[in-house]
Write a protein that binds this ligand. Structure first.
Ligand code: CA
Length: 226
């Protein structure tokens, strides 16, 4: 499937893990650029303009994976998949708050990682099929065809999942949606994250979009965009 081939930057200091990930991604036809620390990773992202970044949390030197993610997000909405050896909720939440799109805990199956990469690339390349591509919510403009959000005319940097969640809420405006519906609709039925994932992303949208993001919490159900 050459239309789903992409340039991917892999930031991972463990040569065995890096090699394994690169091998699986290349097998899927992707062009892969490997970096061994945070500084080199940031330089590679800047230089290669990849379609996706795979980012280890624990990196040598002064710049860890969280910091790399934060710096990438300052200038780019490229999807970021974080890797960690620690299965701690705090890491997962921090990663999402910094704008990571997905989170994989070591040890992981490279086959599963490759499948997730494929799903993310397919989703971010997917053209919006809505009849009305632009929605206006007060001072917020959501353009699903261009995957662009403006607040008072200025672009708002959203992570891929944050944008997908916003677009899903806009498409279902006025309906009360459960967290499960949101997980299925935005993350897909195979996602095994929990409700907290939805809440963290909603929190990010509220923080970034402000008062004109008129999302109500529906007690015992979930959320509704008014
Ligand atoms: Ca590491």
């Amino acid at each position: 499937m050459p239309n789903e081939a992409a340039t991917i930057v892999v930031v991972e200091d463990d040569p065995n893990i890096s090699e394994l990930i690169c091998m699986y991604l290349r097998r899927d036809g992707h062009r892969v650029v490997a970096a061994v620390d945070g500084e080199k990773g940031l330089a590679a992202v800047e230089r290669e303009r990849p379609s996706l970044v795979i980012l280890d949390v624990g990196l040598p030197g002064n710049v860890d994976g969280f910091e790399v993610c934060r710096r990438i997000r300052a200038g780019s909405s490229v999807p970021v998949v974080m890797l960690t050896a620690r299965d701690e909720e705090i890491d997962r939440v921090l990663g999402f708050e910094l704008g990571a799109d997905d989170y994989v805990t070591k040890p992981f199956s490279p086959r599963e990682l490759a499948a997730r990469v494929k799903a993310i690339i397919r989703r971010s390349a997917r053209p919006a099929a809505t009849e009305k591509a632009v929605a206006v919510l007060g001072r917020i403009t959501v353009d699903t065809a261009r995957r662009e959000v403006l607040l008072d005319g200025d672009p708002v940097a959203l992570a891929t999942r944050e944008f997908d969640l916003l677009a899903y809420l806009v498409a279902n405006r006025g309906l009360a949606l459960s967290r499960r519906q949101l997980l299925d609709g935005v993350w897909g039925p195979d996602w095994y994250g929990d409700d907290r994932t939805v809440d963290v992303h909603i929190g990010q949208l509220r923080k970034k979009l402000g008062a004109d993001f008129t999302l109500s919490t529906v007690w015992g159900v979930g959320y509704r965009l008014d």
